[in-house]
Design a protein around this ligand. Structure first.
Ligand SMILES: Cc1cc2nc3c(=O)[nH]c(=O)nc-3n(C[C@H](O)[C@H](O)[C@H](O)COP(=O)(O)O)c2cc1C
Length: 302
């Protein structure tokens, strides 16, 4: 199990609460070239089965992350660090990757394709196939580590977008990011979030996310990392049965900061109870294999 970007800070905040070496890893808050202050408040609200946020990609900037957070993270034995990268132009994304290339002990990059491209009238990279292809190809050429592309779910054909990312050179895809949504306070007649719209996450989106992972699995052969509303081990199993190789946990960490570790432990128990390891993994990879990152060989039969 991997802690999802934006819901696990820079990892260090969870050091006292979670055994960081016992989870599959964590994805940093999205890192941009310059620090960003984010959107005005209110920017987080609870919804019937999840939450909406419009944090606005607030972050300390890639250089501050490398100087102030990474040295401490590197001391945590066994911790897998995935750096989430974004920018409002392709050049900005490439620059963040180049700066991270020289930083030690980062396992891979997750490129957030849900950002608007300000050089192209603000259209979100991940909703336009040619722009997505160019973003991925240029970032892949710059990256000296594996590049996972995090897809926007706010599209008609997620399978097509995954194929475009794979064609551009992505080593893996992750999905889903949040769904664009709106909540209105009927007394004040104002949007409940200052930004007007926000991204919906949590259990409300899980069935849509599972469907999207399944569609993507029919379109690409690269690994898929699934997420969206995972709160218990069975949710992670569901994503794997739909085609995910590994699973991330986001919003659940707000309700229970130990959620990622608890779900990882639950997944081990589920695999043992269902003889998944003996029947499948041991056969495929040899008995030395340990369960990490929630890696299971589970697929639905259609
Ligand atoms: C408060 C908050 C901040 C987020 N920030 C980022 C971010 O900086 N970069 C990113 O790629 N995804 C970000 N996400 C999206 C999550 O990583 C995840 O894709 C999404 O929330 C769906 O998973 P979940 O339902 O388990 O939360 C954020 C989500 C939340 C709730």
């Amino acid at each position: 199990m991997i802690a999802a970007s934006g819901t696990f800070g820079y990892g260090i905040e969870f050091e006292e609460i979670v055994s960081l070496d016992r989870i599959g890893g964590f994805v940093t808050k999205g890192l941009s070239r310059e620090p960003m202050a984010g959107n005005p408040t209110p920017r987080i609200i609870e919804t019937a089965a999840g939450m909406m946020n419009a944090i606005g990609l607030q972050n300390m900037g890639v250089l501050a992350f490398i100087a102030e957070k990474l040295p401490r993270l590197r001391q945590i034995k066994g911790l897998v660090i995935i750096a989430n990268v974004f920018g409002f132009t392709i050049e900005a994304c490439v620059e963040v990757i180049q700066l991270l290339n020289d930083a030690p002990d980062i396992a891979m990059y997750e490129l957030n394709a849900s950002c608007p491209n300000t050089s192209h009238g603000g259209m979100v990279f991940g909703t336009d196939p040619p722009q997505l292809w160019e973003l991925v190809a240029r970032c892949k050429a710059a990256a000296r580590r594996p590049l996972m592309v995090k897809l926007s779910p706010n599209v008609t054909d997620i399978g097509l977008m995954a194929r475009v990312a794979a064609d551009g050179g992505a080593d893996a895809v992750s999905l889903v990011n949040t769904f664009v949504s709106l909540a209105i306070d009927v007394e004040t007649r104002r949007p409940r979030i200052a930004n007007i719209t926000g991204g919906l996450s949590g259990p409300a989106i899980k069935p849509i996310a599972v469907r999207m992972v399944h569609e993507v699995s029919k379109n690409v052969t690269i690994p898929i990392v699934g997420m969206g509303g995972v709160v218990q081990a069975e949710d992670a199993v569901e994503f794997m049965m739909a085609g995910a190789t590994a699973v991330q946990v986001g919003t659940a960490s707000y309700a229970d900061p130990r959620a990622v570790e608890n779900i990882a432990n639950g997944l081990k128990r589920w695999c043992i109870a269902h003889e998944v390891l003996q029947a499948r993994l041991a056969h495929r990879f040899g008995s030395a294999l340990t369960i990490c990152s929630g890696l299971c060989w589970l697929r639905i039969v259609e």
